[in-house]
Design a binder for this molecule. Sequence first.
Ligand SMILES: *[C@@H]1O[C@H](CO)[C@@H](O)[C@H](O)[C@H]1NC(C)=O
Ligand SMILES: *[C@@H]1O[C@H](CO)[C@@H](O)[C@H](O)[C@H]1NC(C)=O
Length: 451
Amino acid sequence: MKGYAVATALTLSASSVFAAPSTLKARDDVQAVTVKGNAFFQGNDRFYMRGVDYQPGGSSNLADPIADSDGCKRDIKNFKELGLNTIRVYSVDNSKNHDECMNALADAGIYLVLDVNTPKYSLNRKDPKASYNDVYLQYIFSTIDAFAKYKNTLAFFSGNEVINDGPSSSAAPYVKAVTRDMRQYIRSQNYREIPVGYSAADIDTNRLQMAQYMNCGTDDERSDFFAFNDYSWCDPSSFTTSGWDQKVKNFTGYGLPLFLSEYGCNTNKRQFQEVGSLYSDKMTGVYSGGLVYEYSQESSDYGLVKVSGDKVSTLPDYDALKQAFDKTENPSGDGGYNKTGGANPCPAKDSPNWDVSNDDLPAIPKPAEKYMKDGAGKAVGFSGDGSQNAGTSSTSTAEPGSGSTTSGSGSAATSSGLAAGLKVPSLTLAPVVVGALTLVSTMFGAGMVLV
Ligand SMILES: *[C@@H]1O[C@H](CO)[C@@H](O)[C@H](O)[C@H]1NC(C)=O
Ligand SMILES: *[C@@H]1O[C@H](CO)[C@@H](O)[C@H](O)[C@H]1NC(C)=O
């Protein structure tokens, strides 16, 4: 319990009523990461993500690694040895307590980038309209409630690989609406301004359009950052052979922080040569580092370690990555970031690669509007019934600016932590019957998406 503030009985009773997390246990002595221009900062210092993707068990054996404090502490030893400052987790059970692991990560100087979705609570690219509903938003807002109090929550992913080819780009307005709603929720709850953005699949044909799309329109509709998965550097390779030089060129002038949400091609023996480029000033004017796929060995064969039971043993890729990180310093100074940042125009329709015909977004589903004011209420966790065919969908088009908020200042100083924890949820979720779970490959995409 090192570093914890003492929880009061008042808070405990509040949280036992509806599992709203108390805000009194999270450590306060952590410096939150913020966005300036097209970069992340820790105070006045540029922050480059040195991270791994972390979900032992993958999507087939889904477990919340942040709720598993023993496993988390076991793995933090390796995170520290690798020199990491960030991990990405794809799914958490928002009804569980995460204090112990989050504080242990904070002790180790490690931040969390968290996907708010789970296989049962996510957008379905085949049916984005139905799956963008109030039951879904209630789940992901509850996940925000569970993690907003940790200052080492670096960012939230609103979606992962929802779009995985040209035709599925027609789901992009829903991805953008979810991002807008999450940002509005964070501000209207007076949480710290935790960055929200999307993690795109490794698709050359619409990567740039998706990035531009997530950064066009009114401020409430734009993201705080953009990330994509990239498996194009396969050792032995180089900055030019891999084409990463072109990706720097193509994203030069992009107004949001950009990072690789998954990387580490495993076609050949991995040497992680790309690390040397990623943290050099050839790239840091445009990129803020990235996350290696992935910590644990799963069936896709990208593991750095093998987890068996409560034991963990390192694999050859672990040593290769450690060597690459050890010999790679960050650039000095600010790495040549763009201080201005800002919006860009929306991309034009270009089907079949980019199938979005206008810039309108769906309005938030009516029954979800109240969460902005009242909070999301009870977190249902992994055992919830799922959302893809539940609840009420959006029935109208949003006015630009609809996602802005006047109530919240967004400043951490005015955080309404305790008050939020005491809010009585104003709605009882109707029991939801979900038929056969639609298979969504938006989870744990990895190099399994081959284009
Ligand atoms: C860079 O942009 C051009 C023009 O949009 C595109 O043809 C090319 O595929 C892009 N290159 C990379 C590596 O993304
Ligand atoms: C910096 O970002 C702004 C806004 O996106 C852009 O107009 C400008 O060209 C960028 N500058 C550089 C040097 O990339």
